[in-house]
Design a protein around this ligand. Structure first.
Ligand SMILES: [Zn+2]
Ligand SMILES: [Zn+2]
Length: 276
């Protein structure tokens, strides 16, 4: 189905992310050839630590491999984002100033000070620097998370209580889908591709479950995509209802394609709030 977007997205926006995802998949396949997954009782670790798996378990990342993937990513960004070629060339010329053993750790710790200082030192926009470091890391995150996808998805007793936070990598999500067979809600993490079950009439940001203060909107006869909003915390959650379309979709692309829903929600005063 070809979706008509109610707002115009920047030209090439969706294609750019499709190509980025394809490239990340290829990197993940290459990394997988030399990877032996760590045995982890993920549900036990989640319950006992109350933290995302990545904060409790050591995953080895080979800094040389990470650097190679990072270097390969920059020309891909250049192809699709020619406006920032100058900034990307600056990064390429200053690669020796990047500490590839530290970058993934700082990214996962969300150390904003570290990145703003580094960006200032390199004289490049912080947002671009973080985008490159983040997207070069995603093939590794998906490689580590993949062996545990099923265990986490099948956990219908909801061992993980922070619904908006990915139980594997700790990234924040505001995208979910309702399963075609029974309408059950699953959150999706676009960083590591983990999916986890959550309650249906429930705000993933603040835990509010009062149906009177949870509403949903759809856009222009497109019932498959919905936004749930919460009046308690002014948070919102994008949702793809598989029952409306009858098939599964690429959730990463669906999340990108529905940026107009984010815009709509934000226009109405909703955000990705966490009350904690
Ligand atoms: Zn994740
Ligand atoms: Zn809420």
């Amino acid at each position: 189905m070809n979706r008509q977007f109610p707002v115009s997205l920047p030209e090439g926006y969706v294609d750019f992310f499709k190509n980025l995802e394809t490239w990340q998949n290829e990197q993940q396949i290459k990394l997988k050839m030399n990877y032996s997954p760590t045995e982890i009782d993920v549900l036990k670790v989640l319950v006992s630590s109350n933290k995302p798996i990545i904060q409790s378990v050591d995953f080895d990342i080979d800094e040389h491999q990470y650097k190679i993937i990072y270097q390969e990513l920059l020309p891909i960004l250049k192809d699709y984002r020619y406006q920032i070629t100058g900034e990307l060339d600056k990064i390429l010329a200053k690669l020796d100033q990047l500490d590839f053993s530290l970058l993934p750790i700082k990214l996962l710790e969300e150390d904003q000070t570290y990145f703003s200082e580094l960006a200032a030192r390199l004289d490049i926009p912080n947002e671009l620097l973080m985008f490159t470091i983040d997207h070069a890391l995603r093939p590794f995150l998906r490689l580590w998370a993949e062996p545990h996808y099923l265990t986490i998805t099948k956990d219908e007793s909801l061992s993980w209580s922070f619904a908006a936070i990915c139980p594997f990598c700790g990234a924040k999500s505001n995208f979910s889908h309702l399963r075609a067979t029974d309408g059950h809600r699953f959150m999706f993490c676009d960083h590591c591709f983990t999916e986890w079950a959550t309650r249906n009439m429930y705000c993933v940001h603040c835990g509010n479950d009062n149906p009177k203060t949870i509403q949903y909107l759809t856009v222009e006869d497109d019932d498959a995509y919905q936004i749930f909003t919460c009046e308690e915390c002014k948070g919102y959650l994008k949702t793809f209802d598989e029952r409306q379309q009858g098939d599964q979709i690429d959730l990463f692309i669906a999340n990108i394609e529905t940026i107009y829903l984010d815009m709509l929600a934000q226009e109405k005063g909703y955000g990705n709030h966490n009350v904690d």
